[in-house]
Design a protein around this ligand. Structure first.
Ligand code: PGA
Length: 268
């Protein structure tokens, strides 16, 4: 894994956006895997800024989001579709017909959504770059602890912790879902490249488990140790519990000097 520790959340978002921009410059019709959540807000702001500055176009990009709540319609402001429109899609030149979330329409059998979503990802040629956050319990997407490492897109019950972590976003009067449809761990592992962003002290424990703990279904993000092209961008707070910190900083310095001479390298 390539572990890059940056001074603050602002730098994490800026570098994340630059990595996305690098991909789109060489591959204008890339397939992006997208994530929602608080961490990604700054990343999407940076991408919108780049678009507005004429540095980036999403005209030919296709996207697949990691997850969507079950029981929340696509026009509901609490849906992840609404989040994506508000934070990114409505501000860039993407064709919204090419933006996908694993949503279950009213009356549709939720069990069928997963296989259809997997099929759509395959039809699009697979995901070139998957953006991820990490839950304070180590989840990626809504793959909660104990999720099968071979899981595919499916209905998943949120843990109480995830439910509570997200409750700040719902008013007392609003329905807060306990179920979601999420890409599986195997779906995520199929992406050709993975970019995980984590900021804030409440992620430090999960980040150390992901990077330095054993590969275990109890920390779904630890499965990324088995992926050959993962970049993890952390702020100081999220990196706070890493034992091997000195090596990650050292590695980053070496790679930066290599990059100046030979272009971007990638530490695995
Ligand atoms: P957050 O969520 O960015 O809102 O902390 C991350 C996640 O649960 O994957």
């Amino acid at each position: 894994m390539e572990i890059i520790i940056l001074k603050n959340a602002e730098r994490v978002a800026a570098m994340g956006a630059e990595l996305v921009a690098e991909l789109l410059r060489v591959s204008a019709d890339a397939v992006l895997g997208l994530a929602t959540g608080g961490t990604q807000l700054a990343l999407y702001r940076k991408l919108v800024e780049k678009y507005e500055a004429g540095q980036l176009s999403f005209k030919d990009v296709t996207t697949f989001n990691l997850d969507e709540y079950l029981g929340v319609t696509q026009d509901n402001p609490q849906s992840y579709r609404a989040y994506m429109k508000q934070e990114l899609f409505d501000h860039i030149d993407i064709n919204q017909d090419c933006t996908h979330l694993p949503a279950c329409a009213e009356g549709q059998n939720p069990v069928l959504v997963g296989p259809e979503y997997e099929h759509a990802i395959r039809e699009a040629g697979g995901i070139d770059l998957q953006i991820l956050g990490i839950g304070s319990n180590g989840h990626i997407g809504f793959n909660e602890p104990s999720s099968s490492l071979k899981s595919r897109t499916r209905v998943k019950t949120l843990t109480r912790q995830t439910f509570e972590d997200n409750s700040r976003l719902f008013s007392a009067a609003e329905f807060q879902p306990t179920l979601a449809i999420t890409m599986g761990i195997a779906t995520i592992m199929d992406a050709r490249r993975i970019l995980l962003l984590a900021t804030g002290e409440n992620k430090a424990g999960a980040v150390s488990q992901m990077v330095e703990g054993p590969v275990t279904a109890m920390c779904p993000a630890s499965s990324l140790q088995m992926h050959e092209r993962v970049t993890v961008l952390l702020d100081e707070a999220a990196a706070g519990k890493l034992q091997n910190r000195d090596y990650y900083d050292w590695t980053h310095l070496q790679n930066e000097s290599l990059k100046d001479r030979f272009g971007r390298t990638h530490e695995r």
